[in-house]
Design a protein around this ligand. Sequence first.
Ligand code: HEC
Ligand code: HEC
Length: 240
Amino acid sequence: MFQEKCAGCHTIGGGDRVGPDMEGVTALRDRDWLVRFIVEPDRVIAEGDPIAAALLEQFGMPMPNLGLTEAQADAIVVYLEAQAGDAPAPPPEPPVSVTAPTGDPDIGRDLFSGASRLANGGAACIACHDIAGVGALGGGALGPDLTQTHAKFGADGTAAMLANLSFPTMIPIFGTRPLTPEEQAHLAALFQQTAEVGPPAQPVGQLALAAAAGAALLFGVMHLLWRRRLTAVRRPLVKG
Ligand code: HEC
Ligand code: HEC
């Protein structure tokens, strides 16, 4: 369950990822607090719990409510406790599989922009995310710019996140419509490419040009119409 639901954002002894490293967390926190936090982090945060508030500030995003029961959360805490025991350390966990098929950034770009459909019917990423080099006017602003995702989370972090898009806003869409392994690989390849290219150029210059051209065109049209109307009034007057 940890590998499936948590490893996208947490490691055990592998350092902070999207959320904090879970190594030693069972010694650091009260057991009941941990179970409750895993079951309903949104509630704990909303209640103004000081630990949760500090973590939220440190990591800049809230841990999503993953819909676990108390029994499931308890089982995960038992697992975390076992990892922390001073029994001979278990072999380090393999990072979430990165052995997925190698992706093609161009196919990834089509999936991102919606030019190709996602096999399981998820929404195109561009609806909510911007990324360098996709779409003349950029993507949606609801989610963060993904240009630097690969630079920020590394290949493993990116692969893990794509395998399990468990972000609060995305769960309703992708919870039941996961990306296929091929789609994950293509998008990962795209992220790797954009991280090397840099942040998207703001389309402000293009927009300003388009606005100026539009204004000039309107001015021309008005000028023509207006002139005709003036002569239509003036000629009969002069004749008269
Ligand atoms: C989408 C990313 C994400 C997923 C998935 C996720 N977490 Fe978190 N988690 C976070 C973030 C971010 C924080 C720190 C901010 C906060 O507390 O809200 C956090 C904090 C925590 C903490 C508190 C750590 C401390 O130092 O007290 C625990 C415990 C935790 N997560 C356990 C889990 C478990 C168990 C799962 C799987 C059932 C899980 N998380 C899934 C992002 C995630
Ligand atoms: C309905 C809007 C929506 C769609 C569609 C969407 N996302 Fe997201 N995504 C978000 C939001 C909002 C966040 C920020 C976390 C949150 O609030 O849930 C996010 C966060 C992320 C993150 C974490 C980025 C970070 O820096 O923390 C990744 C990676 C991501 N999305 C990838 C994707 C991919 C890949 C697709 C397309 C397959 C996609 N998203 C489609 C809304 C969306």
